[in-house]
Ligand binder design. Structure first.
Ligand SMILES: Nc1ncnc2c1ncn2[C@@H]1O[C@H](COP(=O)(O)OP(=O)(O)OP(=O)(O)O)[C@@H](O)[C@H]1O
Length: 264
């Protein structure tokens, strides 16, 4: 293991924005994620790859306490966000404000305008100052590379945008509350190649303002956009390291078989 790999995979470094410590996740008696630990550095893009059903989404959802909404689900271990245990004595709603999420299918609020979608999180937090709302909307839409396309239709329904624009709107909506982490669950799988490329191009800019965890089935995408890659198999995190190393010289033969397309 290289020093860089040790830094990524090993003990908490204090520099981590997210520290996952021995996390297991159960649905009833089925353990879908097994003893996963990882340290995530700020302003990095972290890909989670692995065959269908290996636990990637289950792992991702633990990071913003979405399993609270599933009665059979249980999370063991510790997840620290900037040193604070997100399963400790904290309000899950406050955690979800700090950990944004973008889903597979774009899900703008259908009855709201473009502008109201972007600032919905701020309004929920009680911010009413129109100047602040407009400034935040412009900043977030610029960060999501959507501003130029929507600046003249901010008050039009969000549902009038194309699928790719709607997904960038959802990214802008997530960014508006300045999340420490942005979770992306196969964010381009419902999009055409051109919209996918736009979102991939965006990743480098997004990580300047947040830290990204992205589940993807597309290994070229993981290779193109991420700094670290974690390979999951049957609930185990088999390997995690710098993306270059995981793709070109994986240390586990199961990772090699997967990234070279021999299974999955
Ligand atoms: N709500 C749920 N209730 C019960 N079991 C679940 C639930 N969600 C997922 N599972 C199970 O947990 C395991 C991991 O599923 P998960 O969706 O996390 O995998 P994944 O790697 O994200 O798969 P995919 O790539 O197909 O999205 C699977 O065996 C799945 O059937």
């Amino acid at each position: 293991m290289t020093m860089n790999q040790e830094r990524i995979q090993g003990a908490p470094t204090g520099a981590s924005v997210l520290s996952v410590q021995d996390v297991s996740i159960y649905y009833g008696s089925n353990r879908a994620v097994k003893n996963v630990s990882m340290e995530v550095l700020p302003n990095s893009v972290n890909a989670l790859i692995g065959p269908s059903g290996c636990g990637k989404t289950t792992f991702l959802r633990a990071i913003n306490r979405m399993h609270d909404l599933t009665p059979s689900a249980r999370v063991e271990g510790r997840i620290l966000l900037d040193g604070e245990d997100i399963y400790g004595d904290v309000d899950p709603v406050a955690i979800r404000r700090r950990v944004g999420m973008v889903f597979q299918k774009p899900n703008p609020f259908p009855t709201m305008s473009v502008l109201d979608n972007v600032v919905s999180g701020l309004k929920l937090a009680g911010i009413r100052d129109r100047r602040i709302l407009l400034e935040t909307a412009e900043r977030s839409l610029r960060q999501a590379a959507l501003w130029d396309e929507v600046k003249d239709r901010l008050n039009s329904p969000a549902t009038g945008l194309s699928g790719g624009q709607q997904q960038r709107l959802c990214i802008a909506r997530a960014l508006a509350v300045e999340p420490e982490i942005l979770l992306m669950d196969e964010p381009t799988s419902a999009l055409d190649p051109q919209s996918t490329a736009r979102i991939e191009d965006l990743m480098g800019d997004l990580k300047k303002v947040t830290t990204i965890m992205i589940v993807t089935h597309n290994m070229q995408q993981a290779a193109r956009v991420s700094d670290t890659t974690s390979f999951f198999l049957n609930g185990d995190m088999v390997e995690r390291g710098p993306t270059d190393a995981v793709f070109t010289s994986p240390s586990d033969e199961r990772t090699e078989a997967y990234v070279t397309g021999r299974f999955g």
